[in-house]
Ligand binder design. Structure first.
Ligand SMILES: [Fe+2]
Length: 455
């Protein structure tokens, strides 16, 4: 459903436009009163499709202020401006000079949203779902029509069919789109579930066909990982999404079990075309298995708990990969001071352990205690952000997870920078050895890593 922010002062006009957009375009209308309110909302909802606004509200240059905020945040959100419209922004917006002409407002909105007048007349609600282009590399053909989205001459979006349902396509086509900066393709919204099942089946089949042998297979696990998380957020937990998650979790676990020594596997994972979240989960699982081994506690039961937690711990940050990378409030504050992140993101970051725990409780098949590990995975027993003072109050398996994730993050951050300035295990010693309940875990990890190098 398209989301539309609306700032219209005239109550009658506001109702007319709302009811039409909702009835004919199936749009969700979110009313706001000022530019500041709209901009604040867009910070937490950057996926808004359209803003319909009066040019001015009292003394505020509403349209211009919103336009500036969109530019600053590199958002190409469509805008329809009513009444007064500053000359320098007209090229980027749909301008309806006569603010009372509600039909023209609806018409302009429909064009920005990519819905034609004919569609309106037929009261259709054609909507498209976005699919990352990378997913198509795994497909021999598409189960539905596939479109690209382009901006038309009057700033409206147009959807052009590029792949027909059932048609096999050449991967060079994907490369061409990519080289033109297209990161996403579009499919009819009603086909979204079908598409996800089709892609899931292909990915699962690939994963189940054989062992992880080379870099490409890590890419497939990584892709399935991302797909599973996206589908879980979109559809919630159901039979399909749970099966998909279980397959990924098994693959992560098997890969970790097979990785006797860390180095070569690490190189392959870091060299694969996968995102931070998968790499973090895979490395965390591998490191945690080493700790379990060092402690002499590497039971299947504990291992599967760890792999489950690694998959689900940051489920509340699915669309905030940037936030998922922080390992402490200091890192967050630093990013705020460098304007890389907004201070208002603090609550999202702080609450994600608890939210993840609440979410996983809905999965009846999750191993016991996984919700606790997720709640405690940044150290706070209640799941409220990062804490270093309560390690003694949390489960041992949670502490193992914390050390493993800390190690994994440090490896990933070194890789992003200049490479390892020194062995990561020394950082872990420095960070945790003074903590009574953590020190034996660091020793166990060191022991296991050493043994694996010798064997
Ligand atoms: Fe987390």
């Amino acid at each position: 459903m398209a989301q539309v922010i609306m700032i219209i002062q005239n109550p009658t006009l506001k109702d007319l436009v709302s009811v039409n957009l909702n009835t004919y375009l199936g749009a969700q209308i979110i009313p706001r009163n000022t530019a500041a309110e709209a901009i604040a909302l867009m910070e937490i909802l950057p996926s808004v499709d359209l803003i319909i606004t009066d040019g001015k509200v009292a003394k505020e240059d509403t349209a211009k202020d919103i336009w500036k905020a969109c530019k600053k945040n590199k958002l190409d959100t469509g805008m329809v401006v009513l009444g007064e419209c500053p000359e320098d922004i007209r090229k980027d917006v749909q301008w309806v000079e006569n603010a009372l002409d509600w039909e023209k407002v609806v018409d302009s909105a429909s064009r920005v949203l990519g819905i034609t007048l004919d569609d309106l007349k037929k009261k259709l609600r054609p909507e498209y779902a976005v699919v990352p282009l990378d997913y198509f590399y795994s497909l021999p053909s598409s189960p539905c029509d596939v479109f690209i989205r382009i901006k038309g001459p009057e700033n409206e979006y147009q959807f052009l069919k590029r792949i027909h349902a059932g048609e096999s396509f050449d991967q060079t086509v994907l490369e061409r789109y990519k080289s033109q900066g297209l990161l996403n393709l579009y499919i009819p919204k009603e086909m979204r579930d079908n598409f996800a099942v089709f892609l899931s089946n292909i990915l699962i089949q690939k994963l189940e066909e054989g062992l992880v042998k080379d870099q490409e297979d890590y890419t497939i696990i990584g892709q399935t990982f991302d797909l599973a998380r996206m589908e879980i957020v979109a559809q919630g937990l159901n039979r399909t999404t749970i099966q998909l998650a279980d397959t990924v979790i098994s693959s992560i676990s098997e890969t970790a079990v097979r990785s006797k020594t860390m180095g070569p596997v690490l190189q392959k994972i870091l060299g694969s075309k996968t995102g931070f979240l998968y790499q973090n989960a895979q490395l965390t699982t591998m490191v945690a298995y080493h700790i379990l081994k060092g402690l002499g506690k590497d039971s299947e039961e504990l291992k599967i708990k760890i792999a489950y937690a690694a998959f689900f711990c940051d489920v509340a940050l699915l669309e905030r990969e940037d936030l998922a990378q922080f390992d402490s409030y200091q890192e967050f504050d630093q990013a705020v001071s460098e304007n890389k992140i907004k201070k208002s993101d603090f609550e999202v970051l702080k609450n994600h352990p608890l939210e993840g725990a609440v979410f996983i409780r809905k999965n009846p098949e999750a191993p016991i205690d996984v919700d606790l590990i997720i709640r405690q995975h940044h150290g706070d027993p209640k799941g409220s952000g990062f804490s270093h003072e309560h390690y003694d109050e949390i489960l041992e398996v949670s502490r193992i997870f914390i050390l493993a994730e800390s190690f994994a993050r440090r490896v990933l951050s070194y890789r992003k920078g200049e490479g390892n300035p020194r062995p990561v295990i020394l950082d872990m010693r420095e960070k945790f050895s003074q903590v009574k309940s953590m020190a034996p875990l660091v020793v166990a990890l060191e022991k296991s890593l050493k043994n694996s190098q010798e064997s």
